[in-house]
Ligand binder design. Structure first.
Ligand SMILES: Cc1cc2nc3c(=O)[nH]c(=O)nc-3n(C[C@H](O)[C@H](O)[C@H](O)COP(=O)(O)OP(=O)(O)OC[C@H]3O[C@@H](n4cnc5c(N)ncnc54)[C@H](O)[C@@H]3O)c2cc1C
Ligand SMILES: Cc1cnn(-c2ccc(OCc3ccccc3)c(C(=O)O)c2)c1-c1ccc(Cl)c(F)c1
Length: 447
């Protein structure tokens, strides 16, 4: 707050015009600050889909809450997002069965196009004269304490010096802003590449432009150490993502080994993708790596902050990365409101209150990745899921399964984990009680 009691207009540089950076620029613009958004790539509204980034994503409640704040939720839900009300599990014999997310309240997640959503948010910033967007600007140097940034203009090959009251790094998993933060004392950082990579394939629409599979489902082919999913697109195609260890990708190096593999594990997908298209896209592509990043704190004094994948890149096995990054923007906006734009209070409080939840979703996603291999084959998982679903039906306000609390509520991620631990304890005692009753019953019968 300025001395005269009026709100001080901050000059804020947002580095990264991806999903989270463009949303954060919009949030800050709505607060009246002067925002300069710097993006390495060209304006995605003028370029085709970037390979090596998922083409569509699952949007759930946390992401929707952010979009509602900036007035874009209704547009996305009514005009673009495709509701997925259940999982459609595909067995190896090609048969399928569905598991609703929540039959009682028709909860669903939405499949949204990455480029469409990013472009929509960028377009919305054009309604604010206090937002400048600079594409083809790559951050190459940062003095965070001084609020000084140096960009390479990849068009002119010249450099651009920028000074800002606040630097927000939303420049993704390989963040240059985070790299500058790592020079700060007491900055903790860890990263992990998992052994799995991912490759995207496409199930095209039928000749008359319809979906080849039931549309309102998240299709999952769980196969132990690898799994495949498909999310629907607006053009009635499907973006199929195969997650598999790199060594397995490497072993599939010919049309014959490819078709043998798909015939064994995903036979129903071959006619859907098309043999020719499958061979071309699989052998013509290469799997992308999956990286998890954990770090803290997210701020440097009242000068700089990292959000989104720059702060907490997670493996995609919970469909929460973008949702978590959007939630960063929501929580940051609440702090701006509460502390009247006082960065000396906002930034440290964001770091201190957020890291437990981002660590929790990172661990949950990694847990899902590890557990998924056994989940669908291990009887104990299936029993647990059945008990979860029954108790959720019996006590909906009390017993919320882990996936539902993460995906369909804004319960802090760390509370979702605590909630699960409480449920595990209850089920364990319930299991012991059942064993005890069986024992007493058998003992009484045999007496
Ligand atoms: C296979 C896969 C599936 C996924 N599925 C889902 C899902 O279903 N649901 C979900 O919620 N999340 C999902 N995610 C995660 C989601 O994609 C990310 O969490 C999200 O894109 C993070 O957004 P971001 O803006 O923080 O980072 P990014 O999307 O990586 O954007 C960072 C931006 O910064 C720019 N940039 C980078 N370096 C610089 C620099 N030096 N100077 C200037 N600009 C720079 C980049 O060009 C980019 O535009 C998935 C991820 C993967 C890999
Ligand atoms: C993109 C996105 C959005 N949500 N989810 C998701 C995650 C976990 C889930 O449950 C654990 C489970 C999944 C698969 C098999 C058994 C249990 C469920 C579910 O239950 O529907 C849904 C994903 C996703 C992302 C990657 C893979 Cl590989 C995947 F399968 C799903």
């Amino acid at each position: 707050m300025a001395e005269n009691g009026l709100k001080k207009k901050l000059n804020i540089a947002v580095v990264g015009g991806g999903l989270v950076g463009s949303l954060e620029a919009l949030y800050l613009a709505k607060r009246g600050h002067n925002v300069s958004l710097y993006e390495y790539r060209e304006d995605i509204r003028n370029t085709p889909q970037v390979r090596g980034r998922s083409i569509n994503l699952a949007l759930s409640v946390r992401g929707r809450t952010a979009l509602k704040d900036v007035g874009l939720e209704d547009h996305i839900i009514q005009n673009h997002g495709i509701p997925m009300k259940a999982r459609m599990i595909h067995r190896t014999d090609g048969s399928t069965y569905e598991i609703p997310y929540d039959a009682r309240t028709n909860q669903c997640i939405y499949s949204v196009g990455r480029n469409y959503l990013n472009g929509l948010v960028l377009k919305e910033t054009e309604n604010y004269t206090n937002v400048e967007k600079h594409f083809n600007h790559k951050l190459i140097e940062a003095n965070l304490q001084k609020g000084a940034l140096t960009f390479l203009n990849t068009d002119t090959k010249g450099t651009v010096q920028v000074n800002a009251d606040l630097i927000i790094g939303a420049d993704g998993a390989f963040s240059a802003v985070r790299k500058a933060m790592m020079k700060q004392p007491l900055f903790d950082y860890s990263q992990k590449y998992i052994e799995h990579g991912y490759l995207e394939l496409c199930i095209p629409p039928t000749e008359d432009g319809q979906f080849q599979m039931p549309a309102n489902y998240l299709h999952i082919w769980p196969r132990g150490n690898f799994m495949m999913i498909a999310l629907p697109n607006q053009d009635c195609s499907w973006t199929v993502t195969l997650f598999m260890p790199f060594q397995n990708f490497k072993a599939i190096d010919s049309e014959e080994t490819l078709l043998d593999f798909f015939t064994k594990y995903f036979p129903d997908s071959i006619p859907l993708i098309g043999r020719k298209r499958l061979v071309e896209d699989f052998l013509g592509g290469s799997p992308s790596p999956l990286l998890a990043v954990k770090c803290r704190p997210y701020n440097v004094a009242d000068k700089a902050l990292i959000i989104g994948d720059a702060a907490h890149a997670v493996v995609p096995f919970y469909g929460q990365g973008m949702n978590a990054g959007f939630e960063d923007c929501t929580l940051l906006d609440r702090l701006f409101q509460y502390h009247h734009d006082d960065l000396a209070k906002i930034l440290p409080e964001f770091s201190e209150t957020r890291w437990r939840d981002t660590f929790a979703i990172s661990d949950l996603a990694m847990y899902n990745y590890i557990e998924m291999r056994d989940l669908v084959t291990r009887p104990s998982y299936l029993v647990r899921k059945a008990m979860d679903d029954f108790l959720f039906w019996l006590l909906p306000g009390v017993w919320v399964p882990l996936y539902n609390s993460v995906t369909f509520t804004t319960m802090p991620y760390s509370h979702c984990v605590k909630n699960r631990e409480w449920q595990n304890t209850v089920l364990l005692y319930l299991f012991y009680f059942i064993i005890f009753c069986v024992f007493v019953g058998v003992w009484s019968y045999l007496r």
